[in-house]
Design a protein around this ligand. Sequence first.
Ligand code: AMP
Ligand code: GLY
Length: 431
Amino acid sequence: MKNVLVIGGGGREHAIIMKLAESPQVGKLYCTPGNGGISRYAECFDVAATDIDGVVALAEKLMPDMVVVAPDDPLVMGMADALTDKGFKVFGPKANAAIIEGSKVFSKELMKKYGIPTAFYEVFTDSESAVRFLKEKNSYPAVIKADGLALGKGVIIAQNEYEAVKAVHEMIDELKFGKSSSRIVIEEFLTGPEVSVLSFTDGRTIVPMISSMDHKRALDGDKGLNTGGMGTVSPNPCYTEDIAKECMERIFLPTMHAMNAEGRTFEGCLYFGLMLTPQGPKVIEYNCRFGDPETQVVLPMLDGDLYEIFDAVCSHTLSDVKIGWHEGSCACVVMASGGYPESYPKGIKMNGLDEKGQTEGCFVYHAGTKLADDGSFLTNGGRVIGVTARGESLEAALSAAYKGVGQISFEGAHYRRDIGQRALNFLKEQG
Ligand code: AMP
Ligand code: GLY
């Protein structure tokens, strides 16, 4: 039996752990830091996901057969390298490949060099030139992006010159995101439906997973502030077979080859954030890891052994593995703390969860919960849980997920009531 240590502590990691737990090959599961819900499936430790030395020391104590590094920051900081150096088998890219997410300037230059479709852009390191460029272009909305990681908040869609100039000053001059925003990208505003496609790749083979759709805004009707994601559905009906074929030829394979050509072979989960523009699919962003909350709808659809896939990526034998997907759909509805994505309370008692932190008919993926001494669950984050269900159709999946949401409560809880609506409307339009 194989023991696995997973680094991270959100809904994505819970979904990875619950899928690994299904594998007949997997023995003990460990997670750091984990959370209340994860602790019912894996032994948790209190080493932070960004503490490279601490994680290496923990791995040396536990001696797992594999370490899965799930979040972006440790990957960009080189956690996979540090663990590999110590002889561990690691699922997750090395730092020289994780840069595909860690630097927007890197990813834009890569796409330009290798002809991978993306928005036109310019790079700036001083605000004067950036402002001059904005004034000359005078085209809005304008998209302004911090070069480095910024907790998902480094993208500003400026509707006018005032907003654009403000964003430039905040990023470059006031270093709103620290060093991450000392360089910025200003790019063309694209339109069209967005699709998330996660893929497994070992640098030789790339296997796209089933597509998904995120819902980033806090409130119904895509209103309110941006969040880490309030819900997801899979598959994404906008992503047809023809589009998938085009993406494979023009985006997925070229990206894998480009990274190889740069001496930065990507091994792990490569995430493509795509926009289906009138001129064809274009890359909005790459992530060097599983998306959150995309993973929560993609992995339940996986008809296969996740450990076997991870192992094949590590040993460059991905082409030998059969990876299938279930029929039907999956939907995830995030229940968030009152006030999220701004300030919110923690430690609120949750009702409706069983001793495993689950509720009937759903997978409840815990994002921000804590196990209390009496075995009950307390809120411990902005996004608290992702209530997820599969169904024969998108309607059925949504109905089951919302039924689960109805069984769970905590003071101040809020969630979107229209997850999947955009996808349903699209299906209706197609007849
Ligand atoms: P991120 O925070 O990197 O996940 O991106 C935030 C969101 O900004 C994306 O999901 C898109 O909706 C939007 N976005 C990023 N780049 C562009 C672009 N060039 N044109 C239009 N929307 C964009
Ligand atoms: N859901 C988008 C992300 O994981 O970045």
